[in-house]
Design a protein around this ligand. Sequence first.
Ligand code: HGY
Ligand code: MN
Ligand code: MN
Ligand code: MN
Length: 400
Amino acid sequence: MGVRARLDEIGDIGRDPVRGGYSRHLLDDADLALRDWFRRSAESLGLFVEQDGNANLWAWWGEPGMDAVATGSHLDSVPGGGAYDGPLGVASALEAVARLQAEGFRPTRPIAVVVFAEEEGSRFGLPCLGSRLMVGASDPADVRARADREGVTFDQAWTAAGLDPSTIGPDPERLGRLGAFIELHVEQGVDLEDRGMPLATASAIIPHGRWRLTVDGEGNHAGTTPMVARHDPIVALAEVVLAARDTAVAAGRGARATVGRLAVTPNGTNVIASRAEAWLDIRAGADDDVRTLLADTLARAEELVAAEGCTLTVAEESFSSIVAFDAGLTERIGGILGGVPAIPTGAGHDAGILAPSVPTAMIFVRNPTGVSHAPGEGARDEDCEAGAAALADTLRELAS
Ligand code: HGY
Ligand code: MN
Ligand code: MN
Ligand code: MN
């Protein structure tokens, strides 16, 4: 069938007419339609499909047993995301199984194609929700206390989809079945384009922290409040955003600080806001570097916020330490792929959550634009097919 044809099957699901690209979030209509597509595609390959207590989907080739080779990724997106981040890994995994079946391959180990829930964290704010819950890296009580941007609680969303929220949490039995996990993913950068190569493996995922910054000021009338009498939280927050940018630029060494999401209360055109919120995403080469970047940003922010007569509250939303992938497995796959480079990534992945518990590796497929988390994300069809072929070669070798 081919990877392109599989991606085209879902090409109209979750299109975002306002932002462009795709908005597919945990258990929303698009996510449910994508889950149906996955189930139908897997069952057409004769795979046995099950959903675990954390809403991750598992399609088994052979009995769900021990020492399984798992491969897959996620189907959810960021708001206005691209077509490949996540779905390329799932479509390639299905295609790799189809190719192996077509050549008459009989695996000696169970093979599972997996779709992890809410990898982007776009609905409830916690990236890699499904894989974190499975490995016990997130507290189910913390997850169930969350609500989405419309105020829908986790339990309400879960039960609306016919799921029982009490089933979320560590799944050691399922995790214990896995002998290896390989995630194929579109590259989110231009390293491969610059090298003129279609594929790579991953050497590491750099650390990634997310914080919610809340600035409180004094709501008032835009027309009757003198400039000197204002405590405007948007002005204060703007200073904090610039402080984060300046701190990351000054730190260098691949440090990155981003505010991509804001919320204002009451959000009126002729109103001085009473509250302004920002979600700060920081990434850098080492855990301590991320922590230092945050501390340096907040040291500057405290002064700026106080100067506006406002107050700042900081809440950590999530933190992912640096991930080093299984060197042996990565080297072996690099060899299967004909000697490709192992490159680090600044993007988080479910593979990063599994890596501490399961021998894990990643395969990157070239992205000519390097753009991701935006409609401009791209991959050439021939590179996508090369990725699926490489994944099939990997599964054949690991499950022979
Ligand atoms: O944010 C990330 O790095 C990933 O795409 N969830
Ligand atoms: Mn992503
Ligand atoms: Mn992804
Ligand atoms: Mn008025």
